[in-house]
Design a protein around this ligand. Structure first.
Ligand code: 5GP
Ligand code: ZN
Length: 110
């Protein structure tokens, strides 16, 4: 989609530190990490938010999540966050799962 930051990262017209890629998904390091490990996992197809996921793409995202947590050795634990809409704190309107780890995350998130 035109003028979508994460579509441009998927198309590789904007650089990112990519850590995982397959046919349907891409994962790269967040430019402004809020934890020692802060990865963004996105579908290559432009979807505004998590509500647009269909079963096939949800399965692909989940499969990538599993591979990334193994690859990045996150067995001690991690948090997956999908900020959605204004009250959810979403700033980039291309679905992304934040994968946060490397420290205790605390609860509630604030
Ligand atoms: P949201 O606030 O929509 O849940 O998350 C958007 C995330 O994208 C933020 O954590 C922000 O730091 C990250 N981000 C924004 N612009 C860029 C960029 O150009 N490259 C990368 N790697 N991350 C970005
Ligand atoms: Zn997009």
């Amino acid at each position: 989609m035109e003028n979508c930051l994460f579509c441009k990262i998927v198309e590789k017209t904007i650089p990112a530190q990519v850590i995982f890629e397959d046919d349907d998904t891409l994962a790269f390091r967040d430019i402004n990490p809020v934890a020692p490990v802060h990865i963004l996992l996105v579908p290559k197809k432009h979807l505004e938010n998590i509500l647009g996921l269909d079963a096939a793409l949800a399965q692909a995202m989940h499969a990538s999540l599993k591979k990334i947590t193994e690859q990045e050795k996150l067995a001690q634990g991690f948090r997956v966050v999908a900020n959605t809409g204004e009250h959810g704190g979403q700033t980039v309107y291309h679905l992304h799962w934040h994968i946060l780890s490397g420290r205790h995350m605390g609860w509630p998130p604030g």
